[in-house]
Design a protein around this ligand. Structure first.
Ligand code: CA2
Length: 150
């Protein structure tokens, strides 16, 4: 880790991900968002990193959290939910703060409806993890730590 890089990771979750584990288990699995938070904290702690974990159904709340991450976090793991496919504003926020962002999707969006195949976030993401279930968040945390350690 370089001297000035905070050992803190921001994990963001977009709309409806608060429902994780309660509906559509065939697509999103049985783990809840609280389980995901625990997985992220455990993966980060192994390398001496802390996690701040936030879910919001509101685009502006996610954008404000991204803006506030500058200087405080080494990067962002983000599952933008359906904002992935709609939000230029979220993409602009990520490119604006110049922090590495790892885009995570629990499901393999490319196996699903055509409208899920396009992401406004992917062009501004450092890495993209798709279809690995909730383990994608763990991979995202590990990838950010890898990037911060270079
Ligand atoms: O696969 C993913 O992680 C998604 O980002 C999930 C989004 C979807 O709009 C993206 O296309 C792919 C939806 C999140 C909604 O999560 C729910 C979880 C359980 C029950 C209902 C919704």
């Amino acid at each position: 880790m370089s001297e000035n890089t905070p050992a803190r990771i921001l994990v963001l979750n977009g709309p409806n991900l608060n429902l994780l584990g309660t509906r559509e288990p065939e697509i999103y699995g049985h783990e809840t968002l609280a389980d995901v938070e625990e997985l992220c904290r455990a993966a980060a702690a192994k390398a001496g990193y802390e996690v701040e974990f936030l879910q919001s159904n509101h685009e502006g709340v996610l954008i404000d959290a991204i803006h506030a991450a500058r200087g405080t976090f080494c990067g962002i793991v983000i599952n933008p939910g359906a904002f992935t496919h709609t939000s230029i504003a979220l993409a602009d926020a990520i490119s604006g703060v110049q922090l590495p962002a790892i885009e995570v999707h629990i499901s393999n969006v490319h196996k699903r409806e055509a409208f899920r195949h396009h992401s406004y976030i992917s062009p501004v993401a450092a890495s993209i993890i798709v279809g690995a279930g909730v383990n994608g968040y763990v991979l995202g945390v590990q990838q950010l730590i890898h990037l911060a350690s270079r």
